[in-house]
Design a protein around this ligand. Structure first.
Ligand code: NI
Length: 147
């Protein structure tokens, strides 16, 4: 595994739409592992591939619920409820703000072994999934700050 260099707000790559991954191969698995290592190094709870300069629909999450999620092509298929809390982002230094997100989401994705997974998430995990998928569409949390 290796650390990847982070991209920061102002870098135009963070504003681009990421491409769907067609095959989960060793290159994608290496990317997932490198992203997990980079996320831990920077004390983050999630990281999306554009944040390390790769425009692919790949995210990793660890909200300390005992799981590390490695998601390829994640899509939110259901959402309900609402929560509002402060967010930050490894790519946006020294800014925080309150963002409204669904309390519950169902996300479908492909895992590192190519298996299709459907996951029900709530609370911080749901928030983090929404934040990271936003990155894949060129959206930063600062676009959504309500206070
Ligand atoms: Ni972020």
């Amino acid at each position: 595994m290796a650390l990847r260099n982070l991209r920061y707000e102002g870098d135009e790559i963070l504003r681009k739409k990421s491409k769907v991954v067609s095959v989960v191969d060793d290159k994608i698995r290496t990317l997932l592992d490198d992203m997990v290592e980079t996320m831990y190094e920077k004390d983050g709870v999630g990281l999306a591939a554009p944040q390390v300069g790769i425009l692919k629909r790949v995210i990793v999450i660890d909200v300390e619920d005992g799981n590390v999620y490695k998601m390829v092509n994640p899509v939110i298929t259901k959402k309900s409820g609402e929560q509002c809390a402060q967010e930050g982002c490894l790519s946006v230094r020294e800014k925080k703000g309150n963002v409204s997100r669904p309390m519950y989401v169902t996300v479908e994705y492909t895992d590192q072994d190519g298996n299709h997974v459907e996951l029900d998430a709530e609370g911080l995990l749901a928030r983090c999934i929404c934040h990271e998928i936003d990155h894949l569409d060129g959206i930063l949390f600062v676009d959504r700050i309500i206070s």
